[in-house]
Design a protein around this ligand. Sequence first.
Ligand code: ADP
Length: 229
Amino acid sequence: MSDAAAALSLTGITKAYNHGKPNEVSVLRGVDLEVAAGEVVALVAPSGAGKSTLLHIAGLLDVADSGTVSLAGQDFSKLSDRKRTAARRQDIGFIYQFHHLLPEFTALENVALPQYANGVLAAEAQARALDLLSRVGVDGRADHRPAALSGGEQQRVAFCRALANEPRLLLADEPTGNLDPGTSDQVFEALMALVRDTGLAAVIATHNPELAARMDRIVRLDHGKLSAA
Ligand code: ADP
């Protein structure tokens, strides 16, 4: 496959905040990154280095000052907000440090809801939600609301929600950063199994060197640039 077919391709990404002001901060200074389908990349960065900024740009939630963001060979950097939003909904799954599940809905409904937004019928969406929940071992909690789940279970449900619409790319910002070390390890294993099973491309930011070492490749963000670690 050519480079253009990488699941995610970032070229020459720059981003500054507070342009032209005394407190201007240049966060990304020419970031290049290619992630192939099925590849899991660890993103390691000191706090404040611009990890969230980079993930938001890669996930089409924010716009770079310059450079291109391509998904499966299509350049999304200059498309309309509407097209970027559609691509985000269909092709990209996000996981954050906190689960952000909807408190008034059950685990099953939290995983089914994003599918409804994509036009999937209820029975099909619920069956897929249950299948995903079973793959991370929380199908027994399918009818529990988030408040009745442990931290590790909440995060497993959030993984399922992120994968509900079969994205090509998963972006995760410290997905187990909020859990105690033992739980973090198990929940990370569950995430990796799910990712491997679906063959998606993933960029997973972590401060934990042991978790980073379990991914295919480590890239380090420092002083606005990415380097291989
Ligand atoms: P990380 O996720 O690596 O901790 P961020 O991407 O959140 O880093 O932020 C990188 C730098 O950009 C930090 O110095 C932060 O203060 C600054 N920054 C982030 N967002 C904004 C914003 N909206 N306005 C101004 N500065 C920002």
